[in-house]
Design a protein. Sequence first.
Length: 349
Amino acid sequence: MTEEKYNILITSYLESEYVAEIEAVDQLINVVYRPDLIPPPRYIADHNGSPLFKRSEEQEKEWQSLLERADILFDFDHTHRFDLPELIPNVRWIQFTSSGVGAFVHNAEYDKRLPNTVFTTASGIHAQPLAEFVMMCILMFTNKLWRIQKYQEKKKWERFTGTDLEDSTLTLVGVGRVGRKIAQFAKTFGMKVIGVDIEADNMNVNELPVDELYHVNDLLEVLPKTQFLVLIAPHTPQTENMIGKDQLQALPKDAVVINVGRGSLIVEDELIKALENGHLAGAGLDVFAKEPLHKNSPLWDMPNVLISPHSGSTSDKENRRITDLFIENIKRFLSKDVLLNVLDTKKMY
């Protein structure tokens, strides 16, 4: 009796050595990778690819034929973001290369249009680079990097006093895998870490690298004792605009806000006001309400704001980690075991 084979279609750029590793996993899979039919990357681990890419009519016909025959997708097809469900009638599982896809899946109704398809995310893949990015932002403020750079440009030698992180308080909104990595790093600097999470009632504080744990409903209780507010929560109806005027005003004067979660977590206009009136010492922002950040945004010209173009999570090691996750999930899929990082489409994470 011949065992069923599964067609895996890789829909975003992946290095040839990683494709070969996927092909070698099992004889029951047939891996299709056509880099000539997908947008070329603009940088390492670029899964969207160049927006200028366009297939010829013949290429598009061939691509849609590959989609129609696919059983598994490595990444979802960015060139068919909204009509993809109708083009992949046989797909049983999509492995996303991003973590925060819950809102997109919900808004595009992938869960309803693909009721028999399992979605898995890249949760945890970006923990190391994001945690390093957060600590970089924190250290920039405590060591007054902008002053150092300004004086260096002027060739001005004038000593000053900064501060250190020991006994300062970091409040972490989102205690998932990325949040826990950030907390671990912060603890090595002697910081006190307060965790805030939508799932706090189902967590054990003694099993987490945090000193205190609160539900998001108790956020206002925590903010007054926060020097550094770090946001790494997913975008859900409960977290959207969770940091507004009241929350920003509840922070101590000269607190710092760092957002590596989603731009929708903060009411951006209120953040701008809190920075302009001097209530906040500054902000480190990797994500924004609308991306790219509009050139007219006042944030660009604020000397105490670091703007990163949603690149805090991007590492040249990303595709290595995603490939390892995908291979593990292929093995689980073939053995009919539970996949890692299955998206809960109701919770949206």
